[in-house]
Design a protein around this ligand. Structure first.
Ligand code: 0X9
Ligand code: ZN
Length: 400
């Protein structure tokens, strides 16, 4: 390792001692073996993957014979030019202001509290809010993972776009009249705050649960209660993919569980993450495809349709690597909701990874707007996506 990098790593080593690793795993089986160490796979290429993990996980990967290069990840300073990103407090204020400016068609509520007692907010958009449960529902959520800051900006901008264009755009107007739209930009407030504490990016992923072994944090995207703990997650609190002591052990996943159970009209769910530019659909816990052929085809077709707008790669989650206990395996597996995970921009770690800078916010939202509107449209009957163009009879979409 170059001496300067070594010095930098030493000075700014992030407190969880995370290693950046280039790993020679070349197929989904080798990638799943790496995921099973408890390390996090962040980039998947044909002939290697980029992995973040602690010292123990690095040692196991080394023993497996897969490790190419590694270095201790420095935690950078939070650059002032990233001010356009919303902190938790700024997000809460933005949601309050937005709701107040459009109070006839939106409602702000708290669906639960985080472990440290912070409120998890949900903005609901619909005309005739008192009877919104009778309409087709859709849920968007962001920031399960603390360091994935773009994943909370995109759902906020979607809410802004819908509310600000309602009066002037007849397509948006029809969507708001015909749908029950739920937007939860920050599922993990404690983690989001911690990741920028003292104006330093900390590469934090999990919530802030003090674990029994003295470590901190449960991976909320390994804590959902469908096929929980069946692969690609860890029993060690020190792992970044710690599954937690039991399914739904965390107040944040409990809040989402209750929200989904309370809103039986939800037919489509989209969970935003970053990064890699992917559209993922269940299953994640098994290499098998969804056995209901129609449901499998709906996910695949919708993912491929959306990919034409945002240019992302559509694929089954487990084609990347096995991971169990994620949001979408549960929302589809336990509730039959057609579910997607978007891994937003950028495509690679070389463009900034989790911290690409604020210039990414606007373009990332723009390329994902049409996919989001398409999902809202399809929420009354996602199986419509399987019909030919002339049969669809939905709201009008951009042509490609
Ligand atoms: O691993 C995750 O939780 C998601 N990726 S992230 O880099 N944002 O952490 C992907 C979840 C998709 N599920 C599976 N690959 N099984
Ligand atoms: Zn994530």
């Amino acid at each position: 390792m170059p001496i300067l990098l070594l010095l930098f790593s030493f000075l700014f080593a992030n407190e969880s001692n995370t290693y950046w690793m280039k790993v020679n795993a070349t197929n989904k089986y080798e990638r799943s073996a790496v995921a099973n160490t408890g390390a996090v796979i962040e980039v998947v290429k044909d002939d290697y993957i980029i992995v973040l993990g602690n010292n123990r996980e690095k040692e196991i990967i080394e023993k497996l014979g897969f490790l190419d290069t590694s270095f201790l990840l420095p935690s950078s300073f939070y650059p002032p030019k990233d001010d356009d990103f919303h902190s938790y407090e700024e997000m809460v204020q933005a949601l309050k202001d937005l709701q107040a400016a459009h109070s006839d068609i939106s409602e702000l509520s708290v669906i639960g509290k985080s472990l440290e007692g912070r409120e998890i907010y949900k903005l609901r958009i619909s005309t005739d809010l008192a009877n919104a449960s009778d309409k087709a529902g859709i849920a968007f959520m962001g920031a399960h993972h603390a360091r994935e800051h773009l994943s909370k900006e995109v759902p906020l901008m979607l809410a802004e776009y819908i509310l600000e264009n309602f009066a002037s755009d007849s397509r948006i107007q029809r969507m708001v009249e015909g749908r029950d739209i739920h937007i939860i930009p920050i599922v993990n407030p404690d983690g989001v705050i911690f990741d920028i504490k003292a104006d330093r990016y900390r590469n934090w992923r999990k919530n802030r649960r003090p674990n029994k072994d003295g470590s901190i944090g449960v991976d909320l995207n390994r804590n959902y209660g469908f096929q929980w703990g069946t692969g690609g997650s860890s029993k060690s609190g020190r792992s970044d993919v710690f599954m937690g002591p039991k399914p739904f052990s965390e107040p944040e996943t409990q809040a989402i569980k209750k929200f989904v159970e309370d809103n039986e009209n939800i037919n489509i769910l989209l969970s935003f993450h970053t990064f890699s530019e992917l559209i993922l659909y269940p299953w994640g816990h098994t290499y098998n495809s969804i056995s209901n052929e129609k449901d499998y085809l709906v996910h695949k077709t919708m993912a491929e349709t959306m990919a034409k707008w945002n240019g992302y790669r559509p694929q089954q989650s487990s084609d990347l690597y096995i991971a169990s206990g994620d949001t979408t395996d549960w929302s589809y597996g336990a509730h039959g909701i057609i579910s997607f995970t978007f891994e937003l921009d950028p495509a690679t770690i070389w463009e900034g990874g989790f911290y690409p800078g604020q210039d990414f916010i606007d373009p990332t939202f723009r390329k994902n707007l049409e996919p989001c509107l398409y999902l809202i449209d399809m929420a009354d009957n996602p199986y419509r996506s399987l019909q030919s163009k002339s049969q669809k009879l939905g709201f009008q979409h951009l042509q490609f």
